[in-house]
Design a protein around this ligand. Structure first.
Ligand code: ZN
Length: 146
């Protein structure tokens, strides 16, 4: 949600939790999310032209994450699933690995992170450590094995 993937040149990023540096109308008036460079006066709540409040374009706890259809489509065609740095305890994301292991042809599942996730039993491989070290090492080993 913080744009760091784009800053690192990642392509085709799915912002399941939204974009922190965008705002959107709190109602569904049809106004698209927008880069918000406004400075709002203290004590005044920002409002959309429709009169509803303006809020950050992010998914808060209890709300439906964004682009789930796109994610489920990607999971259907997934043969290797790599989770990096997740707690494995927040739904629906924590169930992605479960779904992949329960398919007729389960995907290979890999976890990389500092501590074991709550759903660790669904991962075929668990590598504990800093993602900055584990991700390049994993990609290098996968490229060498091809
Ligand atoms: Zn609005």
């Amino acid at each position: 949600m913080d744009g760091l993937h784009e800053a690192a040149s990642s392509k085709d990023v799915v912002h399941i939790h939204g974009k922190l540096f965008e705002s959107r109308c709190a109602s569904d008036c049809g106004r698209p999310a927008f880069a918000d460079h406004n400075s709002y006066p203290a004590g005044e709540l920002p409002r959309c032209a429709c009169g509803a409040l303006v809020r950050p374009n992010v998914c808060w706890f209890g709300e439906q994450p964004y682009q789930l259809d796109r994610i489920y489509d990607a999971l259907e065609g997934c043969d290797t699933f790599i989770a990096i740095g997740t707690s494995g305890s927040v739904q629906p994301v924590a169930s992605f690995v479960t779904m992949l292991k329960q398919r007729p042809q389960p995907a290979r599942t890999v976890f990389l992170g500092l501590t074991e996730p709550a759903n660790v039993r669904y991962f075929d491989e668990v590598h504990l450590g800093a993602a900055a070290e584990l991700v390049p090492a994993l990609l290098q080993s996968r490229m060498e094995s091809k």
